[in-house]
Design a protein around this ligand. Sequence first.
Ligand code: HEC
Ligand code: HEC
Ligand code: HEC
Ligand code: HEC
Length: 171
Amino acid sequence: MVKYGMILMGVFFVVMFGVVPVHAADYVGSKKCKMCHMKQFKSWETTKMAKVFELLEPGVRAEAKTAAGLDPNKDYTGDATCLPCHTVDGTAEMPNVQCEACHGPGSEYMKVMMTNRDYKRDELIAKGLIVPDEATCRKCHNEKSPFYKEFNYEQRKADGTHEHFPLKKAH
Ligand code: HEC
Ligand code: HEC
Ligand code: HEC
Ligand code: HEC
């Protein structure tokens, strides 16, 4: 009886959405990555991007906000125009430029990293991993930012992501 119900549910999804439902990857947060990537985590923590959410609070960087025509006393922490570039997923639940803002939502590729150290990189990419390049940064470092500054990828990568360590395997 239970099984029959499951099949009916499946048929329902296929009919309703025209596809067999596939689970998209979710954001898990940097603390989950920390247990296996301590060196990158420690280095990332010291970068400015680990703290960008607080820039939306009233009084923070008041002079820069005034110069950009924003109200320095306004609370922008719930402002939908600012959140996409000052959080991982556009909500205050996932504040700051955490690992997954550059590497993609981790719930699925993390499972591969956990279980198979000989993974092939393409497998991870198929599960949502982003190997960051200039386009990844340009999602935020673009003219829609009230504070856009010229962006030289190689220079900024050295200044702003985290220290890089060679991988143990070629993948
Ligand atoms: C399109 C993405 C984007 C949007 C939208 C955005 N920001 Fe930012 N913000 C950035 C980036 C990128 C920087 C860093 C610029 C740099 O250093 O090159 C930044 C920097 C800042 C700074 C630091 C400025 C300084 O010179 O010290 C503040 C404050 C800030 N943003 C507040 C806001 C507020 C408030 C909003 C909404 C009204 C907002 N941002 C909207 C991407 C964005
Ligand atoms: C989700 C949005 C987002 C993404 C993606 C992003 N950044 Fe940023 N970045 C910001 C914001 C916001 C700031 C402002 C920090 C501040 O002024 O304190 C910033 C600041 C920086 C800074 C520090 C600038 C300074 O004044 O010292 C560097 C360097 C940087 N980003 C490099 C990069 C690189 C390289 C990438 C891609 C690999 C990248 N960013 C991707 C939002 C983003
Ligand atoms: C602002 C963007 C950005 C953020 C945030 C970020 N990374 Fe990276 N990460 C990069 C870039 C760029 C590379 C190098 C890609 C390349 O050129 O091979 C990289 C490479 C890596 C690598 C490969 C080995 C190495 O050290 O280069 C690991 C592992 C990694 N990141 C883990 C993390 C973890 C864990 C976090 C969060 C604590 C994180 N990253 C946050 C941009 C970012
Ligand atoms: C259970 C341990 C574990 C967790 C949790 C984990 N990783 Fe990994 N990750 C690994 C291992 C092992 C490698 C391969 C390292 C090597 O070969 O040196 C790896 C490789 C990577 C790479 C390099 C991919 C490549 O081949 O270019 C990135 C980027 C990365 N992880 C990011 C993350 C991020 C972001 C998170 C959190 C969402 C995360 N990892 C969570 C174990 C883990």
